[in-house]
Design a protein around this ligand. Structure first.
Ligand SMILES: Nc1nc2c(c(=O)[nH]1)N[C@H]1C(S)=C(S)[C@@H](COP(=O)(O)OP(=O)(O)OC[C@H]3O[C@@H](n4cnc5c(=O)[nH]c(N)nc54)[C@H](O)[C@@H]3O)O[C@H]1N2
Ligand SMILES: Nc1nc2c(c(=O)[nH]1)N[C@H]1C(S)=C(S)[C@@H](COP(=O)(O)OP(=O)(O)OC[C@H]3O[C@@H](n4cnc5c(=O)[nH]c(N)nc54)[C@H](O)[C@@H]3O)O[C@H]1N2
Ligand code: SF4
Ligand SMILES: [Mo]
Length: 764
């Protein structure tokens, strides 16, 4: 790499900040914000410098390793691919396809190459036992989008730059930098909101970094949001405040929602939620009374016992008050590569409940079962039991509920392979680890997060460093394994056309496909010239791309489509390369009802499965309010899920893996400043230093996830020295939101007591 400044997108979280990386003598000299980035305008968070730490991390694996009796041994790629394909195939042959389990982790979504290669890889595996971080995360949003708008990834995004009221429930964008809302520089944008006379309202069991900036803050009891939101709906009807605005003609079943909300009066829900009836009414009135307003919820409202209903109600409230698809409300993006349109064309809009899991009968979503039931499927004998496992960019041992049980499950597999560049809590169970190139060694285009951005932008970054001939990208690893597995399936040889397809795919890679997608997309360039190229490429890949793969529809897209007539044109990969800081495609704009995918092109405001689940919510009204401690999660701006703790710069300073507890509860548990607490449930116990603070609501304790790097046999020196404890070691895997299958990561009851080193030692 030549000396100079390289512009790219930071891929670490959803915010897509533009970074300017200065390279001197082949090394990174500095990482700064890119002032010319049309979305982030120079903003970065403290994690951006960790791009260098990740790149230079001596613990990062560069060659495949295999577990042997003498420990881990390096091996050559070809040998590793053969070994993995053979072992997986052997399991499949003996026990059937579903005997292989697969888990896809969060970083895949930040990696366009991996995204494009995943579906062919999964098809080659052939298993129905698929899992991902989705069911520990945004599944309720996807389900609501599917049921209400007809498409699982058509998400309403807060138009935060034009709103006058931002109501934030169960999200802490000041720490997370936004989620299902790609929003670099949240602080700057919230400042601008206030400068134009707007208001920030935050509702959370903890007065978070975002809560501290709020003009109005409310504590809410964990897991009670659905009650609160229902009472807001109730108020809207009761006070005649319902007005869907321009969504009126294409919104159906408003009356059913009114009926459903009848029992949930503000008075009835008040003791359960912790908000007064008057405060609840006032929230509803504010939302209805502010023309440009957005109600937004995330992890706190989705990964909890009523995550399905709570997430649905957030959308319902926005719709009933006319906020959907209006400037300053909840709007839809128009990305340059429109995965919504591409998927929608082949009926790939998503599906739910087509089959159920073997052991617990839980519904699939988009072909995946809930991650909470992964251990059940590995540990429970019988036909279809998982015996081999594949993880790609995931660390479920720390990120899924009941880490201890997963530990036991992974420990008894016949074979496991992980595509990952760290030897960590999960991958140390693997027989083979296949490490991909690091992020700066590959090109970058945000296929997914461009769809969630608060302003339409497109940006491509070429690779910064050359990883050399002995390195493989994620997409190369996945396609190579897929190709070899397909061959195994068909007895060693593929039909000529299929073989050619695989070779072509491996040769082409993702970037030329990006180019075709950009050119034929809404802002594309010169379709006349591109059109004849698209179909032949798709034809070449037709045996490789699974049926209904969105790419198969590429030839049917055109920038000249009626819907896209008003949009600026000219995008191609070359055009993006000419604009290394990215291209501004304009603010979000109304696009409904054209973009609805429901059969009748109407918003389904009251899908049946939500109404059915209300019985469970209603029953809560008659339950006593328990005084047990409820455990919730949190994020910190210097951390990112489980995998950024090996950067000294990020972990240094104050211990961040602490248990926040209210002074009242600390006193009840006999805890004082400087103590450690033992947090336990019937699935496990952990020890964490306490942070006594009235920042959390009485009755609530909070700790971050992704820690617990003290398990033997990992190779992450810095992380091991800052181990912390894993919250998921005490979170039960048998508690899920039955409506959506999402893990209950927030609001489970826990026991907390003073941990005495003496007692710990005796038990050990
Ligand atoms: N209790 C609790 N649990 C939670 C959450 C919570 O709020 N509370 N949050 C949940 C959420 S939202 C999420 S998204 C999940 C995340 O959970 P996961 O997706 O399971 O895990 P991550 O911690 O993101 O770990 C990512 C893994 O990918 C590897 N990796 C990083 N980059 C790459 C790459 O480019 N290629 C490959 N092949 N590997 C890579 C890392 O080494 C690491 O092993 O955690 C969930 N778990
Ligand atoms: N720095 C950093 N940034 C990240 C990540 C990270 O790990 N670190 N992870 C990324 C990922 S994968 C994701 S999905 C996003 C998540 O983005 P966010 O959803 O913004 O993440 P959190 O900061 O966990 O915010 C969840 C909030 O919900 C609150 N909460 C918990 N239980 C309840 C409840 O029952 N009701 C209500 N109303 N609130 C509740 C918590 O107190 C917390 O403030 O962040 C992304 N960005
Ligand atoms: S907020 Fe931080 S981690 Fe997220 S994209 Fe921006 S610089 Fe990267
Ligand atoms: Mo996530």
């Amino acid at each position: 790499m030549e000396n100079g400044t390289h512009y790219r997108t930071c891929h670490l979280c959803e915010a897509m900040c533009g970074v300017a990386i200065d390279v001197r003598e082949g090394r990174i000299a500095s990482i700064k914000g890119d002032d010319n980035d049309p979305l982030s305008h120079g903003h970065i968070c403290p994690k951006a410098v960790a791009l260098q730490d990740l790149h230079e991390d001596p613990d990062r694996l560069k060659k495949p390793i295999r577990r042997t009796a003498e420990g881990w041994q390096e091996m050559e790629w070809d040998e590793a691919f053969d070994l993995v394909a053979q072992r997986l195939h052997a399991v499949r042959k003996r026990h059937g396809k579903n005997a292989i389990g697969a888990y896809l982790g969060n970083p895949n979504v930040h990696n366009h190459g991996a995204m494009i290669a995943t579906l062919p890889f999964l098809r080659a595996l052939g298993t129905q036992n698929r899992f991902s971080a989705t069911s520990n995360d945004q599944l309720p949003h996807m389900l609501a989008s599917l049921e209400m708008f007809g498409h699982q990834v058509l998400f309403p995004i807060p138009d935060i730059d034009h709103t006058d009221l931002f109501m934030c429930i169960g999200a802490n964008p000041m720490a997370s930098n936004g989620s299902l809302m790609t929003v670099p520089d949240v602080r700057g944008r919230l400042k601008a909101l206030k400068a134009r006379g707007g208001k920030l309202v935050v509702i959370d069991p903890r007065r978070t970094e975002t809560g501290k900036l709020a003009d109005e803050f409310h504590f809410v009891r964990p897991g009670s949001d659905a009650l609160l939101l229902m009472a807001m709906v109730h108020t809207l009807f009761n006070e005649d405040l319902v007005n869907p605005g321009h969504a009126q003609p294409w919104t159906r079943d408003v009356d059913l929602v009114r009926l459903a909300s009848l029992p949930f009066t503000p008075e009835a829900v008040s003791p359960h939620t912790g908000l007064s009836a008057e405060a609840i009414r006032d929230l509803a009135r504010q939302l209805a009374g502010t023309p440009r307003a957005a109600l937004y919820g995330r992890i706190g409202t989705s990964t909890q016992a009523h995550g399905g209903v709570a997430t649905w109600l957030i959308y319902v409230l926005n719709i009933l008050t006319g906020k959907l698809d209006t400037v300053g409300g909840m709007m839809f993006t128009q990305p340059a590569i429109d995965m919504v349109a591409l998927g929608g064309m082949s009926g790939q809009r998503g599906h739910f409940g087509r089959r159920t899991s073997r052991v617990k009968g839980l519904p699939e979503f988009g072909g995946e079962f809930p991650s909470s039931t992964m251990a059940d499927e590995i540990l429970t004998p019988g036909n279809g039991q998982i015996r081999a496992f594949v993880t790609v960019a995931g660390n479920p041992l720390l990120s899924s509920p009941n880490g201890g049980r997963l530990e036991a499950a992974f420990g008894q597999l016949d074979f496991m392979v992980s595509v990952d560049y760290y030897l960590n809590e999960t991958t140390r169970h693997a027989d083979v680890i296949l490490p991909p190139t690091a992020a700066l060694e590959r090109s970058h285009y945000d296929l997914i997060f461009s769809m969630f951005a608060v302003h339409n932008v497109a940006k491509y970054s070429p690779k910064l460093f050359d990883a050399g001939p002995d390195a493989r990208h994620d997409w190369q690893i996945l396609l190579e394994l897929a190709h070899r597995l397909e061959k195994q399936t068909r007895g060693g040889r593929l039909p000529v056309r299929t073989e050619l397809g695989w070779r072509a795919f491996k040769q082409i890679g993702p970037d030329p496909l990006l180019d075709l997608m950009l050119r034929s997309g809404p802002y594309g360039q010169d379709v006349g010239r591109v059109r004849p190229l698209v179909q032949p490429v798709i034809d070449l890949l037709v045996d490789v791309l699974p049926e209904r793969h969105p790419l198969r529809n590429l030839a049917r897209l055109s920038p000249l489509d009626r819907r896209w007539q008003d949009l600026p044109k000219g995008l191609s990969l070359a055009a993006l390369k000419d604009n290394p800081s990215g291209v501004d495609l304009g603010p979000l704009r109304p696009c409904m009802p054209d973009r609805l995918f429901t059969r009748d092109q109407k918003i389904n405001l009251a899908p049946r499965r939500y109404l059915q689940d209300l019985e469970r919510l209603h029953a809560r009204l008659n339950e006593p309010v328990s005084d047990e401690l409820l455990l919730i999660g949190r994020r910190h701006v210097r951390s990112n899920n489980s995998w950024m703790h090996n950067s000294q710069r990020l972990v240094k300073g104050k211990d961040r893996c602490t248990l926040m507890i209210h002074s009242r509860d600390a006193a009840r548990c006999g805890l004082s400043a400087g103590d450690s607490a033992e947090v336990s449930t019937d699935v496990g116990r952990i020890v964490v230093p306490v942070d006594i603070t009235d920042e959390v609501m009485p009755g609530v304790v909070s700790m971050p996830h992704g820690w617990g790097h003290n398990r033997a046999g990992t190779r992450q020196g810095v992380a091991e020295a800052h181990a912390g404890a894993s919250i998921n070691d005490v979170i039960r895997d048998d508690q899920i939101d039955p409506l959506s299958g999402t893990s209950v990561l927030n609001g489970q009851t826990v026991n907390v007591r003073l941990w005495k080193a003496e007692r710990g030692r005796r038990q050990a």
